[in-house]
Design a protein around this ligand. Structure first.
Ligand SMILES: [Zn+2]
Length: 66
């Protein structure tokens, strides 16, 4: 028997359960909310290293003084 991944209760078959594969509409909403906040681990590669900040050398460069 399939169980709800939100509350672990038995899930009714799809034919009689519009919230399938969750047990109820409420759990379906919870499941959806988890996706929204990124509670599920998404295996997307993160960029390696840090992006360098753009330098601002307007007229603060000591070498340009003189
Ligand atoms: Zn449930």
């Amino acid at each position: 028997m399939k169980t709800c991944r939100i509350c672990r209760r038995p899930v009714a078959p799809r034919a009689e359960n519009p919230a399938f594969p969750l047990c109820s509409e409420r759990c379906r909403m919870v499941d959806l909310g988890r996706w929204m906040v990124g509670d599920y681990v998404v295996s997307s590669p993160l960029p390696d290293g840090q992006e360098p900040l753009p330098r601002r050398d307007d007229d603060d460069d000591p070498d340009a003084r003189g």
